[in-house]
Design a protein around this ligand. Structure first.
Ligand code: TXA
Ligand code: MG
Length: 342
């Protein structure tokens, strides 16, 4: 699986053309977006999309996000393009927002997990945008990791997870947002967040001009009213374990950090490797401790690389100090909660 370095600001045209040619020929190309690396295939080619599921070991009912380079390209993939989609796309695209709309017939069922809706996103990364434009086709791309593993924020993470399953990896350096896009269902009268991300429900509600946005994500622990939850087309990828390192992850409120430090001390004494993501310090010698940013954007940017590093180091226990519960931390807290699911 060749990996090719490509400038994130001004990607080389010949490299992009090679990658675009592979995509048009039904092959798999991993590429950087602003959120995480994607594993791309021609979204209109069912056989090519099949290869994504195979490479990831992904259950076929879990739908893929289709990446576009323009609003016009997005509209062509939807049987109807609601005013809500138009407003959100105009405000947040290109950017870390996926809009779930009713799919057009030309989108193969394999992309949507057999369902009637499709997730669309215009990524804010020059390499991703130029690649889609050059290929001239919409690109289906999940995160470029094996199912249930931590998403990749560098080309090295992709290589480690997918090995020889990819025909080409475009290495555009580390991604900047760091966690996956916010997924919003816009098929109803009001938007519904299916997966929280760095674009918050509050920002979405403001643009949608509604009082609030139902949030049906929440690691399977649905907070929305029962009626709403029952009606919501849930995001199959959000069920169960996801985004998890191999070791056990403990999410600990600041006030319980002393007790967690005792656990860490015992584990270290027993010869186990222990890692920590904290805002201050556990104060335990031998723990591989990472001091995390107190700003949610910076925290998100470094989160997966930190978890990957602790995973590679063979940590059997990872203690994570709980971030604040405010809306701007919602995406980060969601991923941390998922990482604790065994
Ligand atoms: O930031 C991102 O979204 C990255 C980059 C590569 O764009 N992609 C990504 O894809 O995270 P993936 O496949 O790892 O996650 C896609 C999520 C899953 O939770 C899936 O269930 C949900 O989006 N999804 C996709 N299409 C959907 C649909 N039609 N209805 C409901 N949920 C959908
Ligand atoms: Mg994923």
């Amino acid at each position: 699986m060749p990996t090719v370095r490509v400038s994130a600001e001004a990607p080389d045209a010949a490299i992009l053309e090679t990658a675009a040619g592979l995509l048009r020929a039904g092959r798999l190309v991993a590429f950087p977006t602003e959120t995480v690396y994607g594993l791309g295939a021609n979204a209109l080619d069912a056989a090519a999309v099949d290869r994504i599921y195979e490479a990831k070991g992904r259950p076929p009912i879990n739908p893929l996000i289709v990446h576009v380079a323009s609003l016009a390209m997005a509209r062509e993939l939807a049987v109807e393009w609601p005013d809500l989609a138009e407003r959100l796309a105009r405000r947040f695209w290109p950017g870390p927002l996926t809009l779930v709309v009713r799919k057009a017939d030309r989108v193969p069922g394999v992309v949507t997990g057999g369902g009637g809706t499709v997730g669309l996103r215009m990524p804010a990364h020059p390499v991703a945008l130029a690649l889609i434009e050059r290929a001239g086709i919409p690109i289906a791309a999940p995160s470029a990791n094996r199912s249930n593993e931590i998403s990749p924020t560098t080309a090295q993470h992709v290589e480690r997870s997918l090995g020889s399953c990819v025909d080409l990896v475009l290495d555009g350096g580390a991604t900047t947002v760091g966690i996956e896009s916010t997924v919003v269902d816009v098929t109803g009268a009001a938007p519904r967040v299916l997966r929280p991300g760095m674009i918050t429900a509050i920002e979405i509600a403001r643009v949608a001009n509604v009082a609030g946005v139902a949030d049906v994500a929440s690691a399977g622990r649905v907070a929305a009213p029962a009626r709403e939850a029952a009606e919501a087309p849930r995001s199959p990828g959000m069920l169960g374990k996801h985004y998890a390192p191999r070791g056990r992850v403990m999410l600990v409120p600041a006030r319980e950090l002393d007790a967690a430090a005792d656990t860490a001390r015992r584990d270290v004494a027993a010869g186990r490797r222990v890692g920590a993501l904290v805002f201050t310090s556990l104060g335990v010698t031998g723990v591989q401790e990472h001091t995390m940013a107190t700003d949610p954007g910076a925290y998100a940017r470094h989160l997966y690389a930190t978890l990957h590093a602790l995973d590679i180091a063979g940590c059997e226990l990872i203690i994570v100090e709980e971030p604040p519960r405010s809306e701007e931390w919602r995406g980060v807290v969601d991923r941390l909660q998922r990482a604790t699911l065994a």
